[in-house]
Write a protein of this length. Structure first.
Length: 501
């Protein structure tokens, strides 16, 4: 069927109003004007302007904080259209705002997050905000060029549009801020659905970022967030037609829901990072690294050391070294007592033990008091010898108790690490001077992060090479996310011309 002139005009008008373009004329002589404070709207041939503030407010938004998913997405979509017309330098300005505010207000915001979530360590809540400056921004986006006998081609990284993001209670504001840096660098806007137990600090961060962004580049609601997040609001975001991409940093259930949404999803999955220590290792460095990684924010990091498999010949020496670096050794009876408090039996045969959530992210001193112990004030972790039947070994427990298991030899330790990582493909660590052992373990584990002779944080550029992100996508394969993760590739080709050499 042939399209009529009226139909064509209607389609053109809809496209123009979506893109915010301002050509002098459309079919039929209709003029479209652009107000510097708004976007053009064409209706029945009459151009009118809707102010950015009225659109961005979204019917009740408070500097990006909304009760309605539809209103939040509409505001974020409008902000994306505005950002699309501005420069990469403006994106860099947004990133600088976020990084600067996180560093300058780290103590204030870290204290508020600690008070709200009641898990982890205050000093590390503050530290996680200060290191947002290490998250990569616009400098990551480099074009790829091809030149040959048939002209030239250029591939560039283009934004998706509005990204729906889920943030965890373990790192509420740091994950949100890091996502903003990556996603806005790529040219996107965002709607966040934070974990309910960390929503207040997440909303405060969004409000303060948006105020500064609007003052600097004139775009309101570049970042939006649901003020009262629920499972239902997350599901609305997952299936909203104007949300073009998803990023989930949270538990397995929400990750699975995102993967069922029939759109591009970047999902951070579970982990149970094992550590292997062989007989060639520098035991003092191994002990220091294990304590540093497992103690960071009381082992809330998904990459943190969760269980150690050490070969028999150096096991006792390693245990002594851990004690010299801030560990407090529990005897067999104390380990058993803590285990019984930390885990309840599975609800059904063959199921997972039930984790006591009151212990998640608790200080070592708090855990120790539960079993009648008073430990020194500088204690970083509790640790003790167990066998593989202890639930601390197979379960991803986010608390500063680390089980140490004896292995016959290096290969046995690697095999145990492989078994209890469960094929998640997240993180594994080895302490060894044996390059062949490192190679064998690396190939077998096939993890996104594989750290040798350092703490787990080195895998995110903290004490090791590389860059930082609080979203590590293992099930969907993107790995440590960066601005390129949140782009799509576009190719522009000039045939037989413009090759000037």
């Amino acid at each position: 069927m042939n399209a009529t002139e009226t139909t064509i005009r209607a389609v053109v008008e809809e496209v123009l109003s979506e893109l915010g373009k301002s050509p002098q004329q459309v079919n039929g002589g209709q003029r479209v004007t652009t107000n510097p404070n708004g976007i053009p709207v064409v209706s029945n041939g009459v151009a009118s302007s809707v102010s950015a503030s009225s659109v961005n407010d979204g019917g009740g938004g408070n500097y990006g904080v909304f009760d309605s998913v539809d209103e939040a997405v509409a505001a974020a979509h409008n902000a994306f259209l505005q950002l699309s017309k501005q420069t990469i330098a403006d994106r860099a300005t947004v990133i600088d705002i976020v990084k600067t505010m996180c560093e300058q207000r780290a103590e204030e915001w870290g204290t508020k997050e600690f008070a709200e979530t009641k898990i982890g360590r205050l000093d590390h809540k503050i530290a996680k905000l200060k290191i947002i400056k290490d998250v990569p921004g616009t400098e990551w986006l480099r074009p790829t060029c091809f030149s040959g006998d048939h002209g030239i081609a250029l591939e560039e990284r283009a934004p998706f549009g509005v990204i729906g993001a889920i943030t965890p209670v373990t790192h509420s504001l740091p994950t949100l801020a890091g996502n903003i840096v990556n996603m806005v660098a790529a040219g996107n806007s965002i709607i966040f659905n934070p974990h309910p137990s960390g929503r207040n600090i997440a909303c405060e961060g969004v409000r303060e970022f948006n105020k500064a962004i609007a003052a600097k580049i004139g775009i309101e609601n570049l970042i939006t967030i649901i003020g009262n997040p629920t499972i239902e609001s997350a599901n609305e975001i997952f299936h909203h037609r104007k949300v073009r991409m998803l990023c989930v940093t949270g538990g397995p259930a929400v990750g699975s829901a995102a993967l069922g949404a029939k759109k591009r999803a970047v999902v951070a999955g579970p982990g149970n990072p094992p550590v292997v220590v062989d007989d060639s290792a520098d035991l003092e460095n191994a002990a220091k690294s294990i304590v540093a990684g497992a103690a960071f924010d009381n082992n809330l990091l998904c990459i943190g050391e969760k269980e150690v498999f050490a070969v028999q010949s150096i096991f006792d020496q390693l245990m002594e070294a851990v004690g010299r670096h801030g560990g407090y050794l529990l005897n067999a009876q104390q380990v058993d007592a803590l285990t019984k408090l930390a885990f309840a039996p599975p609800k059904e045969p063959g199921g997972h033990p039930m984790l006591n959530r009151d212990f998640i992210g608790a200080d070592p001193a708090v855990l120790a008091r539960q079993i009648g112990l008073n430990v020194p004030v500088n204690t970083q972790i509790l640790y003790g010898e167990t066998d593989t039947n202890n639930p601390f070994v197979p379960e991803e427990q986010m608390m500063p108790f680390i089980p140490f298991v004896r292995a016959r030899d290096t290969m046995h330790a690697i095999e145990l690490a492989y078994e209890f990582e469960h094929g998640f493909g997240h993180t594994a660590i080895i302490h060894s001077r044996n390059v062949h052992a490192m190679t064998v373990m690396g190939k077998l584990m096939n993890t996104t992060l594989f750290v040798k002779n350092g703490p787990s944080m080195a895998g995110l550029g903290l004490g090791g090479e590389g860059y930082l992100s609080f979203s590590v996508a293992t099930p969907t394969g993107e790995g440590v996310t960066n601005p390129g993760t949140f782009t799509r590739t576009r190719r522009c080709v000039m045939v037989d011309e413009l090759r000037v050499v």
